[in-house]
Design a protein around this ligand. Structure first.
Ligand SMILES: Cc1cc2nc3c(=O)[nH]c(=O)nc-3n(C[C@H](O)[C@H](O)[C@H](O)COP(=O)(O)OP(=O)(O)OC[C@H]3O[C@@H](n4cnc5c(N)ncnc54)[C@H](O)[C@@H]3O)c2cc1C
Length: 495
């Protein structure tokens, strides 16, 4: 008999889960709070410019290959590998370090500051690679039925990796490299996880291996939102209905099962199975009112950085600025340690700039450029008031102008700003945290909010704050894991 699944949310985890479930014969329907699909993988169109709202590149393309095969569809978008991953500039210097995937080219960038760079980097990457391959299948890409189950999986990881659980990314950098430039640049991976190198376990240096050796970084032809557009075409072909501007705020239950989710207008959405793509910790607290996830408890958890994002359209081309850029200051340790606690000002901010139109000319009108700026900031627990957003925007634009050697103010013809508050309001991100729950040892694997509900047998979760973690490839894995769980319980309804 056909089973009806209601999916709450249309983030990447939800869209990929919907297509995997449809392939297995489930009848899927989706409700979404925002006015268009994609969640954080979204798009802003304004004044003739098109901006990707959040993600700008991704790794582990083979997870998308696995997904299309499982869903029985063709790859609905085209991705391309980046040979130069990004460029990094330090305040007060004109030098730009280009991070190439080719190790010889990379070593040339650092020859003046780090003797024997190539040998040191090979050793560093080798250690990260060994850990990655020891955990990828045995620990990362699997479901857990209990904490014990997780502990048993962890016990299969060779003990030689154990010390890296207890060191930070920063101390791992110090063991391998001497120069400030190399240590700071290659510890930026911690920020990609939404944390800092000083409080992220050294095991995550495996991300340097995934970016520089394994599968590299990719972006999408025509912009990242093509992923969502491609998936939506497939969703339409499968007759999956999607309802926008529909927020789930309540529920009805009977005998340990949910019978309906209720939206903000009081409409009941009935189904046999409920798959939640809203943040897995937030939803349990806000909607199910679980005491383990009440505001006090959620506030005590480790959440990832909040985004302060600018979308700028300018009336000229910045031909000398690469696609992906990090602009760092001269007080890395102090800044990283203080920024998320709101104990440093944003006078001299650290930020990332993506010149979208460098790879996708159609994102800006002829002769113009579209810029995306992401500045990691404290979430609403530490900085609830964003009335100074114009001042922060001004600081970023002034700094960027100086470092690009152009008075941006004279050239900006379109400007949109999103504070953590806007991100929270758009997608129900807890206190504006950009990447969801952090990846501390007590918040991963068997300790992360589960992808099945503790109380209601027909409720499941998919997305960044449940297994395995944040980022686009992880949410694709998340959909694989939850669909495995649903199929195990309800069966394969047709092949
Ligand atoms: C600024 C920024 C930059 C990023 N850059 C990158 C990058 O370069 N590379 C990368 O791999 N990852 C990046 N990420 C992370 C990546 O975007 C996320 O990990 C991923 O998109 C999360 O997908 P998800 O499935 O968890 O769903 P989400 O994107 O969280 O979507 C959940 C959906 O559920 C909806 N929803 C929530 N509550 C309800 C409710 N009650 N009722 C109805 N609907 C609801 C929301 O509106 C949303 O559409 C970035 C994130 C941000 C914020």
């Amino acid at each position: 008999m056909e089973k009806r699944v209601l999916i709450t949310g249309t983030g990447l985890g939800a869209l990929t889960a919907a297509l995997r479930l449809a392939r297995r014969g489930y009848q899927v329907e989706m409700v979404e709070k925002y006015n268009q699909p994609g969640g954080r993988l979204n798009q802003i169109k304004k004044d003739g410019f098109t901006f990707d709202m959040g993600p700008t590149f991704f790794s582990m393309t083979y997870e998308f290959e696995e997904f299309v095969k499982d869903a029985g569809i063709d790859m609905p978008f085209r991705f391309r590998e980046l040979e130069t991953l990004y460029a990094v500039n330090f305040r007060g210097s004109d030098k730009r370090y280009y991070i190439h995937k080719n190790l010889d080219a990379l070593a040339k960038e650092f020859e003046a500051v780090e003797p024997n760079f190539k040998e040191k980097m090979e050793k560093f990457l080798n250690a990260g690679g060994k850990f990655f391959h020891d955990v990828e299948h045995k620990v990362l890409k699997r479901n857990y039925d209990s904490l014990w189950d997780y502990m048993l999986a962890m016990a299969t990881v060779p003990p030689k990796h154990a010390p890296r659980l207890f060191r930070s990314v920063w101390s791992e950098m110090e063991r391998h490299f001497e120069s400030r430039e190399v240590k700071e640049i290659f510890s930026l991976v911690a920020f990609f996880l939404g944390a800092t190198p000083f409080d992220t376990p050294a095991i995550y240096t495996l991300l340097s291996y995934t970016e520089l050796v394994h599968d590299g970084y990719h972006n999408v032809e025509g912009g990242m939102y093509k992923i969502v557009e491609g998936l939506m075409d497939e969703i339409e072909k499968k007759n999956i209905k999607v309802h926008y501007n529909t927020e789930i705020v309540d529920y009805r239950s009977e005998n340990g099962q949910i019978t309906a989710f209720i939206d903000q207008h009081g409409k009941a959405w009935e189904a046999d199975i409920f798959l939640v793509n809203s943040d897995a910790a937030y939803f349990r607290g806000k909607i199910f009112k679980r005491s383990k996830f009440n505001e006090k408890k959620l506030d005590k958890m480790r959440w990832t950085l909040a985004p302060f994002t600018l979308y700028l359209g300018i009336d000229k081309k910045l031909d000398n600025v690469p696609l992906h850029n990090y602009f760092l200051g001269d007080n890395f340790e102090e800044y990283a340690k203080k920024v998320f606690k709101n104990s440093i000002t944003f006078e001299k901010p650290y930020y990332y700039v993506n010149v979208v139109s460098r790879s996708d000319p159609e994102s800006a009108p002829e002769g113009k450029d579209a810029l995306f700026v992401l500045c990691p900031v404290p979430d609403l627990r530490f900085k609830p008031d964003w009335s100074d957003k114009d001042e922060i925007t001004r600081n970023i634009i002034t700094d960027l102008s100086e470092r690009m050697g152009i008075d941006l103010d004279k050239h900006i013809i379109s400007q949109t700003v999103m504070t953590p508050e806007d991100w929270k309001d758009a997608f129900n991100l807890y206190k504006g945290s950009g990447l969801g729950l952090g990846h501390d040892l007590n918040q991963i694997g068997g300790f992360r909010p589960k992808n099945y509900d503790e109380e209601y047998g027909n409720v499941f979760y998919v997305g960044a704050s449940t297994l395995p973690g944040t980022g686009l490839p992880m949410t694709v894995i998340s959909s694989k894991l939850v669909v495995e769980r649903i199929s195990k319980k309800y069966g394969l309804l047709h092949a």
